[in-house]
Design a protein around this ligand. Structure first.
Ligand SMILES: Nc1ncnc2c1ncn2[C@@H]1O[C@H](COP(=O)(O)OP(=O)(O)OP(=O)(O)O)[C@@H](O)[C@H]1O
Ligand SMILES: [Mg+2]
Length: 303
């Protein structure tokens, strides 16, 4: 890249997402402090750290749902002054930590409502014309996550793993280049989580960049190309899964702690892992809405 290049950075030289000095303050709490992070096209980047470290806040800040300072750059363009809907249209989408599906809508309808335009004009158009997402976008997203066959089923007819994929597909609908997934695999058992990880790899292989937040370390270490570790809002380590897991600061702040999910199949860690397995299986057996409630309760309890 020549030095006389203009201030707009050429997209090919830039990762899909770059944040520079991203900070969020809630009253006296610094929820995100000077976060520099990148996600490339086709890359899966993990964001991990203890409860309350600021992971969800980071997603809120990047997607425009939390007031932040610093820079958010999508494909070389600064978008940190744009509202959430503009950022969504620019090609980034998120899932929510308690992202339940509409249980009385089909899978396809759950995706369709995610792309309904917002605002008064859209509402009027909706009343006059009946609103529909552009042809093919729902089908395309279902195809990417391999759920075409269950498009007309309701969420409670799906496995929990498939339900979680509907949540991801909902974010992929439209021209989404970057998805930020906030604990998308919560409640999945080891086998389901491994399958889910395989789907994430397939999605990334289509060129989509993925930021993945999860406490399920086997999933994160399996699928992520790179990891960032947050503690008290700050990046305390970044690098490959191998580099990060042997970093003593990461072990002290997070990997040695209770909220890291042990694998249910290998209860070698004694009591703590037994408890986390019990919570997970409760979540697995309940309906979609109840399972998300269980998940958020579980998250609260580990704080
Ligand atoms: N809307 C808000 N108003 C005030 N404080 C908030 C708000 N959202 C988050 N916080 C605080 O910011 C900090 C970071 O919270 P955040 O939810 O981002 O953590 P997290 O890493 O996602 O945790 P978890 O693993 O439990 O989901 C916490 O101290 C939290 O209490
Ligand atoms: Mg969170």
């Amino acid at each position: 890249m020549p030095e006389h290049a203009t201030t707009a950075v050429a997209p090919e030289a830039e990762p899909l997402l770059r944040t520079r000095g991203l900070s969020v303050h809630y009253g006296g709490v610094t929820a995100n402090a000077d976060i520099d992070l990148t996600v490339g096209a086709g890359e899966i980047v993990g964001l991990i750290g203890p409860n309350g470290a600021g992971k969800t806040t980071f997603v809120d800040a990047v997607t425009g749902f939390a007031r932040s300072s610093g820079e958010v750059i999508l494909s070389g363009r600064r978008i940190d002054r744009s509202g959430p809907h503009r950022r969504r249209r620019a090609g980034m989408a998120r899932t929510w930590q308690a992202g339940e599906l509409f249980s009385d809508l089909t899978v396809a309808q759950n995706l369709a409502v995610a792309v309904q335009p917002v605002g008064l004009r859209a509402m009027v158009a909706d009343v006059i014309n009946g609103s529909r997402p552009p042809a093919g976008v729902v089908e395309k997203a279902l195809d990417v996550v391999g759920l075409t066959d269950v498009a007309d089923r309701r969420p409670d007819e799906l496995t929990l793993g498939q339900q979680k994929l509907v949540g991801v597909a909902r974010a992929l609908v439209g021209d989404t280049g970057l998805v930020l997934l906030d604990e998308p695999a919560a409640g999945l058992d080891t086998h389901e989580s491994r399958e889910f990880g395989g789907e994430l790899r397939r999605i990334a292989a289509t060129g989509v960049g993925i930021l993945l937040i999860d406490h399920d370390m086997s999933l994160v270490l399996d699928v992520c190309d790179r990891l960032y570790v947050l503690d008290f809002g700050r990046v305390i380590a970044a690098g490959s899964p191998a580099e990060v897991t042997r970093d003593p600061a990461v072990v002290a702040a997070y990997l040695g702690s209770a909220e890291v999910e042990a694998e249910p199949d290998t209860p070698t860690d004694g009591q703590a892992s037994g408890e986390s397995t019990a919570t997970e299986s409760t979540a697995t057996e309940s309906t979609t809405t109840e399972s998300t409630a269980t998940e958020s309760t579980a998250t609260e309890e580990t704080r």
